[in-house]
Design a protein around this ligand. Structure first.
Ligand code: KG4
Ligand code: ZN
Length: 342
C-alpha cells in the first residue's frame, strides 16, 4: 500500500510517500522560516497562504521523485490537528479532495501521533510498548504507547511547552526565530558553571512539567547580570542544562513507573544535543534504550504523516467525505469525527 502524507499544521509544508513494502519512497519539505523571520515568530495568515502556494507543487515534486503516477497512490493522509486552523485546513482540504479525485481512502492524522511514530521509519524501530517523550513547539508530553492508537497520557506541561520555552527564552536573549536551534548554538559558547537555573517540579511527585518559570528566571538573571554577549551565552547554557536535566529526570521516572525500558523521543526539541546527552546518561544508568527519528524527521515533516496515515488505513480506519481540522485535539482521543457524530 502506498500512502501520500501532507503536513501543513504550522510553518513547514511537508509531503512524502510511504510504501508498506519498500518504505519511504520520497519526501520533501518546504520551510517558511524566511517568510516569518522578520516578524520574530509564525504569522498564521502568512503561513496559510504559503501552504496554499507550496503544497501542490511539492506534491508534484515528491510524486516525480518517487517515480509514481496518480494511480499508484492507494491512500491519502493529512495532519488535521493540532495546529494553526488556517494552515491545517489547506492540507486537509487538499488531501481530502485528492483522495476523492483518485477514488482512494483518506485519513486524518494527529500531528503528535506522527511525531511519536517517526522513529518507526528508521532501521532499528522501537518495538511496542514504549514510553514516548514528545517535545515540540506546542507540546511537552510523556505518553505510554502500547500500539498504534493505544496511547495513555502520563504527564503534560502545565504551562509552556519545551520548544515554546526555548523560543521565548531565545527572544529574551535577542535571538531570532526559530529560537530553539539559535539558543542551542549560543549555549555552545556558554560556561555551564556560571549560572544554575532551577529544575522545575522535580521535587513534586508525578510526571507533569512546568517551564514558564525558567523564562522568568532568565529575565531576572539578565536584569541583574547585565547583557554582554558572554553573559547571554552563559544564560543560554544554564537554561538548556535545566530543560535537558528536568526532562531526563521525568523520563527516568516514567520508565520506572511503567516498568518499560524503551524511550522514544520526538518533536522539534528532540534535535537538541544537550537533551540527547542527558537522556543517554539516564538511559545507561537505567539499562534503557533511547530511540530518535533521524534529525530531519525530529522537526515537522511529511514522512511521519504518511507513515502514521498508512498505519491508520492499514488498521481499517478511513474518514468520511466530510472534512474538518482540529486546532486542539487530544492525542488520547484519536478520531474526533466519532466525538462529533450526532
Ligand atoms: O515539532 P516541531 O518542528 O513543530 C511543532 O510541532 O511545534 O518543533 C518546533 C520546536 C520549536 O519550538 C523549535 O525552537 C524547537 O522545536 N527546536 C529546538 C531545536 N530544534 C528545534 N529546540 C532546541 N534545540 C534544538 N536543536
Ligand atoms: Zn511538530
Amino acid at each position: 500500500m502506498r500512502v501520500i502524507g501532507l503536513e501543513t499544521s504550522c510553518d513547514e509544508t511537508g509531503v512524502a510517500v510511504y510504501d508498506s513494502d519498500r518504505g519511504l519512497l520520497a519526501h520533501d519539505l518546504y520551510s517558511q522560516v524566511a517568510l516569518h523571520e522578520d516578524y520574530g515568530g509564525v504569522v498564521p495568515e502568512l503561513a496559510s497562504r504559503d501552504h496554499v502556494r507550496k503544497t501542490l507543487p511539492l506534491i508534484r515534486q515528491v510524486m516525480s521523485e518517487a517515480g509514481l503516477q496518480r494511480e499508484d497512490i492507494d491512500g491519502v493522509a493529512y495532519t488535521a490537528g493540532p495546529g494553526l486552523i488556517g494552515a491545517l485546513l489547506v492540507g486537509v482540504a487538499l488531501g481530502r479532495a485528492l483522495a476523492w479525485s483518485l477514488g482512494v481512502p483518506a485519513v486524518a492524522v494527529h500531528h503528535m501521533e506522527g511525531h511519536l511514530l517517526a522513529p518507526m521509519l528508521e532501521d532499528d524501530p522501537p518495538p511496542f510498548p514504549f514510553v514516548a517523550l514528545l517535545v515540540s513547539g506546542g507540546h511537552t508530553q510523556l505518553v505510554r504507547v502500547d500500539g498504534v492508537g493505544r496511547y495513555s497520557l502520563l504527564g503534560d506541561t502545565l504551562d509552556d511547552a519545551a520548544g515554546e520555552a526555548f523560543d521565548k527564552t531565545a527572544k529574551l536573549l535577542g535571538l531570532g526565530y526559530p529560537g530553539g536551534p539559535a539558543l542551542a548554538r549560543l549555549a555552545e559558547r556558554g560556561d555551564a558553571a556560571r549560572f544554575h537555573f532551577p529544575r522545575p517540579m522535580i521535587n513534586r511527585p508525578g510526571l507533569d512539567f512546568s517551564f514558564s518559570g525558567l523564562k522568568t528566571f532568565t529575565l531576572t538573571t539578565l536584569q541583574t547580570q547585565g547583557g554582554d554577549e558572554q553573559t547571554h551565552a552563559d544564560i543560554a547554557r544554564a537554561f538548556e542544562e535545566a530543560v535537558a536535566e528536568t526532562l531526563a529526570i521525568k523520563c527516568r521516572r516514567a520508565l520506572a513507573q511503567t516498568g518499560l525500558q524503551r524511550l522514544v523521543v520526538a518533536g522539534g526539541v528532540s534535535a537538541n544535543r544537550r537533551l540527547r546527552g542527558a537522556l543517554q546518561v539516564m538511559a545507561e544508568e537505567q539499562g534503557a534504550k533511547v530511540y530518535y527519528p533521524r534529525l530531519e524527521f525530529c522537526t515537522d515533516n511529511g514522512a511521519m504523516i504518511a507513515y502514521a496515515g498508512y498505519q491508520r488505513l492499514h488498521h481499517g480506519q478511513t474518514d468520511p467525505l466530510a472534512f474538518n481540522a482540529w486546532p486542539r485535539w487530544s492525542l488520547t482521543q484519536p478520531t474526533p469525527f466519532e466525538a462529533e457524530a450526532p
